[in-house]
Design a protein around this ligand. Structure first.
Ligand SMILES: *Cc1c(COP(=O)(O)O)cnc(C)c1O
Length: 371
């Protein structure tokens, strides 16, 4: 049995009529830019994330970029983040005029280590960007406390974590709910994927929401009146319509991913060379990825490939060692946990439609490799 890393066609078959009807409505209305589905999706996403405001934009990258632009960074201003993430996290900091400051991660969750963040704070620190990697939220309580005490913004990179929750001071909080802003991506492979690029920023801050809404429309709230130089970063009405049709399914899809993760956990239990991804106390993971660690990673991946099983290494190269950040002066060995993760991790097929048989095919193949 072949098991692809991701099968978006399987999901499409389950929602075909709803999404096609929503699309047709947009096509018939011919309002392709900032049509009615866009503010409706913003309202739906704000409600879903327990946020007061949501601002749709062109991509997850832009959700981060606009969030960082709203900080009005000056040359030399620092933004602390993780080197073990998708490139956009640090790229957005750079493009907004800030200097990315990398600190190491926790080995279990792959998320920012709050003690390392605290140790890296300087008078030039303007923001922290925790990434809720693979669908599990970074430890928000210490990061929010640090942000509050030092007057530092917290921009949540929630691109992989739409619908994830964490208990903060005893209350369940949604990804994106507690940060200065939360940035989401609707890249097709994300847990809530559009049919192209798309993104969303959520915030509780009314003034910030108005600023972000301006920044995404060339910096002007009114047509042809530009208060500052912004971007063309709108979300297409067609994408908003697709996403609105899909959003009501998201909670069940995320539960489906958790159920797939439990099946993998059981299927891989006892395989000594493999560690399953731990869920930290007080977290509800949405398993954007199910990422194992194993010392013979490359051999295992080749074995799975030979059996027709997809898998992928997210991420093979930590960002502090990327050529574009060489001017920042980081060295190999500086963030050992991130560097080890880059050597050990392997993400297995996970999506709500993944059958029990397919799940078992994957874990059996991993067991056979290690037998
Ligand atoms: C996908 C992703 C982004 C960027 O989102 P795009 O919509 O592809 O621009 C940013 N950060 C993380 C962690 C991501 O996984």
């Amino acid at each position: 049995m072949n098991v692809p890393l991701l099968d978006l066609k399987a999901q499409f078959q389950t929602i075909r009529d709803e999404v096609m009807a929503a699309l047709l409505e947009v096509v018939e209305g011919q309002q392709f830019i900032m049509g009615g589905a866009v503010p409706k999706l913003e309202a739906d996403m704000a409600a879903f994330c327990h946020a007061r405001f949501a601002i749709a934009c062109a991509s997850g990258t832009d959700a981060l970029l606009l969030s960082a632009r709203a900080l009005d960074l000056k040359p030399g201003d620092q933004v602390i983040t993780t080197p073990f993430t998708f490139f956009a996290t640090a790229g957005a900091i750079h493009n907004a005029g800030g200097t990315p400051v990398f600190v190491d991660i926790e080995p279990g969750t792959f998320n920012l280590d709050p003690r390392a963040v605290e140790a890296a704070v300087t008078p030039r620190t303007r923001a922290i960007v925790p990434v809720h990697l693979f669908g599990q939220m970074a430890a928000m309580e210490p990061l929010l406390a640090l942000g509050k005490s030092r007057n530092i913004a917290v921009i949540e990179d929630a691109a992989q974590a739409v619908g994830a929750r964490q208990k903060v001071s005893g209350t369940w909080r949604m990804a994106g709910e507690l940060g200065t802003t939360g940035a989401f991506s609707f890249f097709p492979s994300k847990n809530l994927g559009g049919w192209g690029d798309g993104g969303m920023i959520v915030t509780q801050d009314e003034k910030l929401a108005a600023r972000l809404a301006r920044l995404r429309l060339h910096g002007g709230a009114k047509e042809y009146a530009h208060d500052e130089v912004g971007y063309n970063s709108r979300l297409d009405t067609l994408q908003a319509a697709v996403l609105r049709a899909k959003l009501p399914h998201l909670a069940a899809w995320n539960e489906g991913r958790r159920s797939r993760a439990r099946r993998y956990d059981a299927g891989l239990a006892g395989v000594k060379a493999v560690s399953a991804p731990p869920v930290a106390l007080g977290n509800e993971h949405v398993f954007h990825q199910y990422t194992i660690r194993t010392t013979r990673r490359d051999e295992l991946q080749a074995h799975l490939k030979a059996k027709g099983i997809g898998s992928k290494v997210y991420y093979p190269g930590p960002l502090h060692l990327q050529p574009c950040f060489a001017p920042l002066g980081y060295r190999a060995g500086q963030f050992p946990v991130s560097e080890q993760a880059a050597r050990d991790v392997l993400s297995l097929p996970i999506y709500p439609e993944l059958s029990d048989d397919a799940c078992d095919t994957v874990s059996d193949a991993i067991r056979a490799f290690h037998a």
